[in-house]
Ligand binder design. Structure first.
Ligand SMILES: NC(=O)c1ccc[n+]([C@@H]2O[C@H](COP(=O)([O-])OP(=O)(O)OC[C@H]3O[C@@H](n4cnc5c(N)ncnc54)[C@H](OP(=O)(O)O)[C@@H]3O)[C@@H](O)[C@H]2O)c1
Length: 282
C-alpha cells in the first residue's frame, strides 16, 4: 500500500519534463559539454542521456576508475569523451581543470555544475570539525564559481551555457542540521543569479535547476530519506537538459513556488516547531 502511495506521489510531485531524442541531438550535436560530478548519480545520468548526440563530453570527478569505465562504455554510442580527474575540495582544482582543457585544446560550450557535497550535522557536533565548512563551500561554491570565471571568455566567444544544479531547499526555510550544505548551495545560487543578466547581454545563458529529493548515492546516509518519495536520477538529468535546450533561467518542481510562500508566511511557526522538536530530543 505504502509503495503505491509513494509511486502516485512521485508521479504527481517528482516528475521532470520529457525531452524528445531529436531535440536532444539538435541542441547538443557538435557541442562540448563539461559535467562536474559525472561519475555517479545525476551527473552520470546526464552523460548517459547525452551519449547519443554526437557531442564531446568532458567528465569530471575524483573516481578515476568509474570515469574510465564510463568513457569506454559511452564511446560505443555516438560521442567523444574526455576525462579529467579533479578533487573540487583542492584550492587549485578549478585552475587544474582549466589547464587540462587548455592543454588538450578543448573549448567548452556548455558547463554543468553538478558535483556536490551534502552534509547533515548539528552545529554542536561540528565544534571540532572545521573541515565540514571548508569542504562543502569549496565543492559547492568556490570551485564552481572559480571554474566559471576561468571559462567565461570561451563561453562568451561561443555564446555558451551554464547550469547550476541546486536544491529546492535553497528557496525554503533553512532547516536545522543542514546549515553548511544550505549556505554553500545558496552562495552559488546567488552568485549565478547576480551574474545572469551580465552574461545574458553577451548571449551567455545561465540557469539554475532546483531539485527535490533525488534517489542517488547522496541520500543514502540519511535514513529517513530511504522510504520517502523521490525523483529518479534520469528525471533530474532531463530537467537539467531541458533547462539548457529551452534556455530557461530556472527549473523547479511546479509546487516549489507554493512551498516558498508557505516558508515565508510560516517562518515564525516553523522556527518554534523546530525548536520544540529539538528540545524533545535533548
Ligand atoms: N540527491 C539529491 O537528493 C539532491 C537533491 C537536490 C540537489 N542535489 C544536487 O545534485 C548534485 C548531484 O548530486 P547526486 O545526487 O548525483 O550525488 P552523487 O550521486 O553523490 O554524485 C555526486 C557527484 O559529485 C562528485 N563529487 C563529490 N565530491 C567531489 C569532489 N570533492 N571533487 C569532485 N567531484 C566530486 C562525485 O564524484 P566522485 O565521488 O567520483 O568525486 C559524484 O560524481 C549535487 O550538486 C547535489 O547537491 C541532489
Amino acid at each position: 500500500m505504502y509503495k503505491k502511495i509513494r509511486t502516485i506521489t512521485e508521479f504527481l510531485f517528482f516528475r521532470a519534463p520529457r525531452i524528445q531524442k531529436n531535440k536532444l541531438k539538435q541542441h547538443f550535436q557538435n557541442k562540448t559539454i563539461l559535467i562536474t560530478g559525472a561519475s555517479f548519480g545525476i551527473g552520470e545520468a546526464c552523460a548517459r542521456l547525452l551519449s547519443n548526440t554526437q557531442c564531446t563530453l568532458v567528465l569530471i570527478a575524483r573516481s578515476t576508475d568509474k570515469l574510465i569505465q564510463l568513457k569506454s562504455e559511452l564511446e560505443s554510442y555516438s560521442c567523444h569523451i574526455e576525462i579529467i580527474c579533479a578533487d573540487l575540495y583542492q584550492s587549485d582544482a578549478a585552475e587544474h581543470i582549466f589547464q587540462s582543457l587548455t592543454a588538450r585544446n578543448i573549448q567548452i560550450d556548455v558547463l554543468i555544475h553538478n558535483a556536490g557535497k551534502s552534509i547533515q550535522r548539528s552545529v554542536w557536533d561540528s565544534l571540532d570539525r572545521p573541515q565540514d565548512i571548508n569542504r562543502t563551500i569549496a565543492i559547492n561554491y568556490i570551485n564552481p564559481a572559480q571554474l566559471t570565471r576561468l571559462l567565461l571568455a570561451d563561453l562568451k566567444h561561443k555564446q555558451g551555457q551554464i547550469i547550476v544544479v541546486s536544491t529546492i531547499n535553497a528557496k525554503l526555510f533553512a532547516p536545522p542540521f543542514w546549515s553548511t550544505y544550505q549556505a554553500s548551495k545558496t552562495a552559488m545560487q546567488h552568485w549565478i543569479l547576480a551574474i545572469q543578466p551580465e552574461l545574458a547581454v553577451h548571449e551567455v545563458h545561465a540557469g539554475l535547476v532546483y531539485l527535490p529529493l533525488v534517489r542517488t548515492r547522496m541520500i543514502l546516509p540519511t535514513k529517513q530519506y530511504q522510504q520517502m518519495p523521490a525523483m529518479q536520477a534520469k528525471d533530474a538529468a532531463q530537467a537539467i537538459l531541458a533547462c539548457l535546450i529551452y534556455r530557461k533561467r530556472q527549473w523547479q518542481p511546479w509546487w516549489l513556488g507554493i512551498a516558498q510562500i508557505g516558508s515565508i508566511l510560516l517562518i515564525t511557526p516553523i522556527y518554534y516547531f523546530y525548536k520544540h522538536l529539538l528540545k524533545r530530543k535533548l
